[in-house]
Design a protein around this ligand. Sequence first.
Ligand SMILES: [Zn+2]
Length: 420
Amino acid sequence: MPVVRRADASIANATVQQEIVRLAELREVQRAVLRFRSQESRFVQWQLEMARIPAPPFGENARAEWLAQRFRELGLKEVHTDEVGNVFGIRGGSAKEFVALSAHLDTVFPAGTPLNIRQQGTRLYGPGVSDNGAGVTALLAVAATLQELELALAMPVLLIGNVGEEGEGDLRGMRQIFSNPRWKTSIRYSLVLDGAGCDTIVAEALGSRRFEVIVRGPGGHSWSDFGAPNPILALARTIHGFSQTRVPTSPKTTFNIGVIRGGTSVNSIPESASMRVDIRSTSMTEMEHLEASLRRELDLAMAEEARASEQRGPSPRRSSGLSHEVVVIGSRAAGELDPNARILKVIRAVDAQLGNTAQIQRASTDANIPLSMGREAIAIGGGGTGGGAHTLQEWFDGTGRELGLQRILMTVLGLAGVAE
Ligand SMILES: [Zn+2]
């Protein structure tokens, strides 16, 4: 990590802090705060409506169309959808560079999952209601407020509902945005809204690599072809070896085998078996180390299973042997925000102004893409509280949401710059 020279850093921080204090005192900003409080029922309506539209990975179209409609109603400029389904709208400003405010539209839930979105008092229940119902609702609430405020922003704000954050979506929405020549260099700051809360700042991008390992063999009858190499046994040997790989606690590095499939019946030697492996770390080196270990253990296991099958007995089916394949099904780069980054100073100053306490966290979010490119990005929550993310029991409570919204708005204004 670069060394921060204290004196310089505190002078810079003091300047940012003064600017945030000035913003907080603006009449228009104080109007916005009252507005956030009085419009909670409108926000809840948006959140319920949105969560009722299924948005499985690679199936976000209907929800994206819904968001584009809301963007148009709010009068954002240049509302459009790109080739992968990301939705954009612009709140104008005088400069050429943008502050991007984004929230992912997709959920982890496959098509056909019963959504059963419901409200009980201040609580909302149902899959996706918080992740990312809270983020998308905050995006809309802040967009609506920016439209209403009579403030001259220096930098325009690019509002984005993006696809493909979760699981196999593999950040494809963000990847597309940061490879589009129009946005790639013009987005100066990225503020990602993900889930509920206002007590975290994700400034470290947790990297991950995901693999599908497939082993194939000749198959056969469990009795008459005994001796044929067995893909399930080869996979089991791989798991046994790989799971003994040592990983450091710092930088935290983890692995998981989350899915295993294979075989047809109890009395058949399987023709194939596969598993899905997840590797995570904030260090690219540690991820590479784990991947190398997986590939090495797989090669060893294949050789061992070939030898063991010979010892089991002669089989007419052995000659065709085993084959294997490792398919990369996900890859997210690791990265860290420069501790001197302006975006970090701004959010810290906003938190100080609001009396809000927040911890720096590492996680895998849409911010991974800009962070891995050395750009200024953080991910924060959309306010309120939530729980049970990625389960059917997911919930969100909007009590106190206005603090989170105020935090997002002030950060956007602090980054974009507001004329005196
Ligand atoms: Zn999320």
